[in-house]
Design a protein around this ligand. Structure first.
Ligand code: KE4
Length: 425
């Protein structure tokens, strides 16, 4: 692979943008080397500025369920753009997308659109605090809910990758209201709740985690959280920015059979344009301005251009529900192929998979929480990442991330990926 033009573009970018990127995980700090710069993408493939082609396993970190530049989304966005992109005045398409999302997702009556997953999670926590009158929240080490201050306490994703679990700039005043527990450790949560009786507004988690690699909740953990929240009048907040409309039409609530009190979305709901959202029963959402006193706002929230991409995407999903089985089967095929190669090569590994989310960890022990995920051998991960990149396979540039397959990836692409793993090891 040649990377000259990407390298020159990265040098230029660093002159004007901190680290040369607009989101830290893109800078390859966790895997070393320099990022590629993408010129264009279509279906399963990325094309970089040096003319190299890659099978893409991040799909813009989740949004592109059907692959890049998916025609129905493309046509919807082009048509809508010609009528104006944003007015700051209500438009019909916001109601169309809200209605479809409410129909597809269980246990929600109303939804508010914002512009990112961070905004969705930040607003949901404020709503939970306003609704309960309580101030504290519980989050889990390794879970990432965006970069709002309350969440940068042992966050996952880029924050962990850089070993900066408590980011500078987050005040003690903020941090004291965020209590930390370990994923899949129900007893630890019960102890926190008992020690903070009547003070906890919400427990927020990724119902299937993707920011410490892919980690699946144990049944007794996620059921126990639901029961605990119901007993203690604590709201259960499902951060479905990754899992929403990816694991099933009804997201993780449907896939796991667990009812959340507030659900947050991002990524897929925007079809590749900036959309986040949070949703709940009517009695909870009634507390939100302008209906209720909990303030939340956004200049471009629900802008018709982004709504057109989201509506096209959710309509595609609603009309093609077989996409979930197709993605799950492809991900299983990839899982089995990689596992077979690593076993044959005598390489200790754990592969976690749920639906179209998957992660590969180079360690002996099962990966069930942040601590076990952090035991992965990052030296091997770096070689794996760059070895695969050099063979035209783009994987997440961090061990604390998940693969996001898209349905444009073919079995031929999957087998080429498995062959690439064989070549690397
Ligand atoms: P954004 O603000 O980046 O749209 O969403 C934040 C967020 C919230 N909740 C979950 C479960 C998430 O995964 C994310 C964002 N995911 C990362 C990928 N690990 C985005 C990639 C990036 O930071 O550039």
């Amino acid at each position: 692979m040649r990377y000259q033009r990407s390298s020159a573009l990265f040098a230029e970018a660093k002159k004007y943008i901190p680290g040369g990127v607009n989101s830290p995980v893109r800078a390859f700090k966790a895997v070393g080397g320099e990022p590629i710069f993408v010129k264009q993408a279509k279906g399963a493939y990325l094309h970089d500025e040096d003319g190299n082609q890659y099978i893409d396993y991040i799909s813009s970190w989740g949004p592109l369920l059907f692959g890049h530049a998916h025609e129905p989304v493309l046509q919807a966005v082009i048509a809508k753009a010609k009528k104006g992109t944003s007015f700051g005045i209500p438009t019909e398409i916001e109601t169309e997308l809200a209605k479809l999302a409410v129909q597809m997702v269980p246990n929600i009556d109303k939804i508010r659109f914002v512009n990112s997953g961070t905004e969705a999670c930040m607003s949901a926590v404020r709503l939970a605090r306003g609704y309960t009158g309580r101030e504290k929240i519980i989050k889990f080490a390794g879970c990432y809910h965006g970069h709002a201050d309350a969440f940068l306490i042992q966050a996952g994703s880029g924050a962990v990758t850089f070993g900066s679990p408590n980011s500078p700039g987050v005040t003690q005043g903020t941090a004291k209201d965020t209590l930390l527990a370990n994923y899949n450790d129900l007893e630890g949560v019960k102890a926190l709740v008992a020690a903070n009786k009547g003070e906890i507004a919400g427990i927020i988690l990724e119902p299937v985690a993707g920011n410490m690699g892919c980690i699946i909740p144990k049944t007794e953990f996620i059921q126990g959280l639901r029961e605990l929240c119901s007993q203690e009048d604590i709201l259960l907040l499902f951060d479905e920015v990754m899992t929403g409309f990816r694991l099933a039409k009804g997201g993780a609530q449907q896939a796991l059979g667990i009812t959340a009190d507030i659900v947050m979305f991002g990524k897929v709901i925007g079809g590749g344009l900036p959309v986040g959202a949070f949703a709940a029963r009517a009695d909870i959402m009634a507390h939100l301005a302008p209906e209720g006193p909990v303030y939340q706002a956004g200049t471009l929230s629900g802008n018709p251009l982004a709504m057109s991409a989201g509506l096209a995407m959710l309509t595609e999903i609603d009309q093609n529900p077989e996409v979930f089985d197709s993605l799950a089967q492809k991900t299983e095929h990839l899982h089995q192929g990689i596992a077979q190669v690593l076993t044959e090569k005598g390489m200790p590994h754990q592969i976690n998979r749920f639906g179209s989310m998957l992660s590969v960890h180079f360690c002996e022990e099962p990966v069930v929480d942040f601590a076990s995920s952090a035991k992965g051998n990052n030296a091997i991960f770096k070689k794996y990442f760059h070895g695969m990149l050099d063979q035209g396979v783009y994987l997440p540039p961090s061990a604390f991330e998940s693969y996001f397959l898209n349905d444009a990836i073919s079995y031929q692409d999957l087998d080429a990926t498995i062959e690439a793993v064989k070549a690397v090891f």
